[in-house]
Ligand binder design. Structure first.
Ligand SMILES: [Zn+2]
Length: 852
């Protein structure tokens, strides 16, 4: 070797060593190997490691894309070759054009040639599934430092977007609890609180309502900026089956998922499967357990991307477990001890630890990137084709039409906001028009015989790149039931079976099959308008049919104004106001104060100078106690979120507050949906003493005293069963699905509402509610507020078996007890903050509790 070349090599190697030296391995940085027994890095450690990795590597860029719910930095690591990282805006532009084929022109071949496959990997959405956020450090380090040809190819062909945790707050909540209990009998238990401030495990059901900060960051700052082709979401499951699941999923797929996406899931999932098996990993299963039905989880499937997930068997947080072969059981479509085509090599049992999970996940993630790299052009082409197929639709519907005039404007703007944030184009009709045969897709909220629409109606044309998202969100679901055997019972769906937005929100929506002509303009942005005032005078009237009534009432009461609601409908100056209309007395108010009060409250306040003489009832700011079990209930978290968004103040009540009776100052105590036994008995061993014991008899007694002396006890979903069992109010009985052939695991059902009862104020007399194997009631001496009709089909969207059992029974009831009352809302009135059409049951109950 000539001397000069030798010298160059030496210099080159020294330089390489120097830069590598700055990149500590995660083990060097943390002081323990990633996935080591009984060790969990918290968010500070993980984020610090990524900061160091970015500094030491030219293959990694780290971006803080926002703050989590509790203010932690939300991080995105962008990993690719230095050449690619220097041209990110070019690649983003290529992606934006491929995502919208109308922008491609004749450049398709060129864009495909120049583009990179975008792979987004999201770790740790469920924080007790601890392995992936830990793994992310080691995998990123490997990508940042490996010198092999294969890694180089991946770096050249792929832009790898790595989110080390979709819930940084939860990483800390779990790590803190784990460290606190390490070495005690509670080691490895799940924390006695939700691991996302509001919704815990439900954070992966938020992908069309976009309520939580983390969901909005990922959609707004990653999907919208990058339009990934592949999204890999990493999970864990229970310990007693396969070691790892990878797609394809089992049936059913939701009908609007493009066949190309389904095929790509088989292709990519199959490659993960074979990569795991050929790497000698055991207990790998595919096409089992998990389906991909709901857009609440599978957002990418409606935006041109495949969403794959892996689900690994869990240890006990970071504590290893030992499983005997005979403890391995079956799951849907496989058996943990039997070899089958989709589970060729069962795991034989033994010790199982986080490091095992980390190893499996790194094989699967590596395979994902390899597939993305080797098939770069076909990923890009298919991505474009899916968008083009949406644009080229010939089958109906042609468009959805959403009239501008709605009974609940708050609901209208919430619906439009969802569509807008989900990347859809919304147009506004410039004239009135009469399309052929509009069909209502939000029964029972539509008016009869609608054939024409006024100027200003909102139009969602299906021919747009993400048309399938519009279609699934707005049409009625006909859930493709999978039966256990021919004519047999339904395989229990993995999740709810209905998501029709118009029905969930109570908005009139029509579907039109055939093309029609109307001049329309693309809406720039969709914003909830601020309310307006008309007329003069000190009496403010606001209709109760807008869900925004609650925020308005809370604001006015908070400022000390007197607010009443009307116990009958009435007319003023020829304008009719329905029962429940709010009236506030406000002597004088400047423009800016009015604006502040009406900010974000769509609708109109009518001011009149003369007091409309009829029976009014004064309402007050409710003093609310919200029960929070240490056996955490996601519905409790959602309830808190909904109360805060609607500007209710509340106090959280834990077991000791109820046992000690420190509730007598409250107007209303709310129990979220939770099983009676969980409420009553709570946690037991191995949890520390302060978390044990539930409500107990003491808690029940203090609640009884509270109600008998005039308080309101409001029970949502299953929780009411506890008080019916314990107190047996006269003639009020609960029916549960176990008592019948009833099987409605999450569908929208028709209900009839007594809108003259304060709890029904503002509701349409025919409405729809989310039923999740919910209790139904027979009333005896109690008062019915919402009922299942006894002569009509109940199902409006989703799947239902045995619905005749519900006919004539009741969904919402009130039972007087002593001087107070028990209110039972059996249906899921604020389910995952999605079913806003029934929020009024909740809000009305809270104000009703303040009425003398
Ligand atoms: Zn999970």
């Amino acid at each position: 070797m000539p001397y000069a070349i030798f010298l160059m090599l030496v210099v080159f190697n020294v330089a390489a060593l120097a830069s590598e030296h700055e990149v500590l391995t995660p083990a060097e940085f943390l002081g323990f190997q990633v996935g080591a027994d009984r060790k969990l890095a918290d968010w500070k450690q993980i984020s610090s490691y990524f900061t160091k990795l970015e500094k030491g590597s030219e293959r990694v860029l780290l971006r803080e894309i926002g703050k989590s719910t509790e203010g932690n930095p939300f991080l995105l690591a962008i990993i690719s070759s230095p050449q690619n990282l220097n041209k990110l805006s070019t690649y983003r532009e290529i992606q934006a054009r491929l995502a919208d084929p109308r922008l491609v022109g004749d450049d398709l071949e060129d864009l495909v040639e120049r583009g990179r496959t975008i792979v987004l990997t999201t770790c740790g959405i469920h924080s007790t599934e601890v392995a992936s956020s830990q793994m992310s450090m080691e995998f990123a380090w490997k990508m940042a430092t490996a010198k092999d040809q294969e890694t180089q190819e991946v770096l050249d062909n792929v832009i790898f977007l790595l989110v080390p945790s979709l819930n940084p707050d939860g990483v800390n909540i779990v790590a803190e609890w784990y460290r606190e209990t390490l070495g005690t009998e509670a080691e490895g238990s799940v924390p006695p609180k939700l691991y996302q401030k509001y919704v815990g495990h439900d954070n992966n059901r938020d992908w069309y309502m976009f309520t939580q900060k983390e969901t909005r960051l990922v959609v707004g700052e990653i999907y919208d900026q990058w339009h990934p082709q592949i999204v890999y979401d990493i999970h864990q499951m229970g310990p007693n089956g396969a070691r790892i699941f990878v797609p394809p999923y089992i049936d059913p797929y939701e009908q609007n998922v493009d066949p190309i996406i389904q095929a790509q899931i088989i292709d990519l999932g199959g490659f993960l499967f074979s990569s795991l098996v050929t790497s000698g990993r055991k207990g790998v299963v595919t096409n089992a357990i998990f389906d991909a039905y709901t857009p609440a989880r599978a957002y990418p499937h409606y935006h041109g991307a495949v969403r794959i997930l892996s689900e690994s068997a869990s240890a006990r947080l970071a504590t290893p477990i030992s499983i005997r072969a005979d403890q391995l059981g079956q799951g849907r479509n496989y058996h943990g001890r039997k070899s089958s085509w989709n589970f060729p090599e069962p795991w034989e049992g033994g010790d199982w630890r986080v490091r095992d999970i980390v190893e499996d996940q790194m094989v699967a993630l590596r395979a994902t990137l390899l597939h993305a790299s080797r098939n770069r052009k076909s990923w890009l082409k298919n991505f474009h084709t899916i968008g083009q197929r949406n644009l080229d639709r010939t089958e109906g519907p042609y468009a959805f039409v959403i009239p501008k005039k709605q009974r609940d404007l708050e609901a209208l703007y919430t619906l439009l906001g969802v569509l807008d944030f989900g990347g859809l184009e919304i147009s506004i009709a410039q004239d009135g028009f009469t399309p052929g045969n509009p069909v209502c897709v939000s029964p029972p909220y539509c008016r009869e015989g609608v054939v024409s629409f006024q100027s200003g109606a909102f139009l969602v044309y299906l021919s747009q790149p993400y048309g399938s998202f519009a279609k699934t969100m707005l049409e009625i679901q006909d859930y493709p039931a999978v039966l256990q055997y021919p004519n047999g019972p339904l395989e229990t769906p993995y999740d709810v079976t209905a998501h029709t937005l118009g029905i969930q929100l109570g908005v009139e929506v029509y579907q039109v099959a055939e093309p029609f002509q109307v001049s329309s303009m693309l809406a720039d942005t969709i914003e909830r308008p601020t309310g307006t005032v008309k007329g003069e005078g000190k009496y403010w009237l606001f209709s109760h049919s807008s869900t925004a009534f609650a925020r308005l009432a809370n604001r006015l009461l908070g400022k000390g104004y007197r607010v009443d609601w009307a116990t009958y409908g009435f007319r003023v100056d020829g304008v009719s106001f329905p029962v429940g209309t709010l009236m506030a007395r406000i002597d004088s108010l400047g423009e800016s104060e009015i604006e502040e009060i009406l900010d974000g409250i769509p609708g109109e306040v009518t001011r009149v100078s003369k007091w409309p003489q009829l029976a009014w009832q004064e309402i007050n700011s409710p003093k609310i106690g919200l029960y929070q079990s240490f056996q955490s209930s996601m519905d409790e978290g959602w309830t808190r979120w909904v109360l805060e968004q609607n500007e209710f103040e509340y106090r959280t009540l834990q077991d000791q507050d109820l046992r000690s009776g420190a509730i007598q100052d409250l107007d209303v105590v709310v129990f979220p949906d939770q099983l009676p036994m969980e409420i009553l008995e709570g946690l037991s061993t191995p949890y520390p003493e302060r978390f044990r014991g539930g409500l107990g008899l003491e808690g029940l007694n203090s609640l009884k005293e509270f109600v008998e002396s005039g308080g309101t006890l409001l029970c949502l979903g299953s929780s009411g069963g506890l008080f019916l069992d314990q107190w047996s109010p006269e003639g009020l009985r609960e029916f549960k699905s176990q008592q019948s052939p009833l099987n409605i695991p999450g569908s929208l059902l028709k209900i009839k509402v007594n809108a003259r009862h304060p709890i029904g104020y503002g509701m349409a007399s025919e409405s729809a509610a989310m039923f999740v194997n919910s209790p139904a009631y027979e009333v005896g001496d109690a008062i019915e507020i919402a009922s299942y009709p006894d002569d009509e089909e109940l199902l409006v969207s989703g799947w239902a078996e045995g619905q005749s059992f519900l006919r004539g029974r009741h969904a919402v009831v009130e039972a007087p007890i002593g001087r107070g009352r028990l209110v039972l809302i059996g249906v899921r009135t604020q389910f995952r903050a999605q079913t806003r059409g029934t929020y009024k049951f909740l809000f009305n109950s809270l104000f009703y509790a303040t009425v003398d």
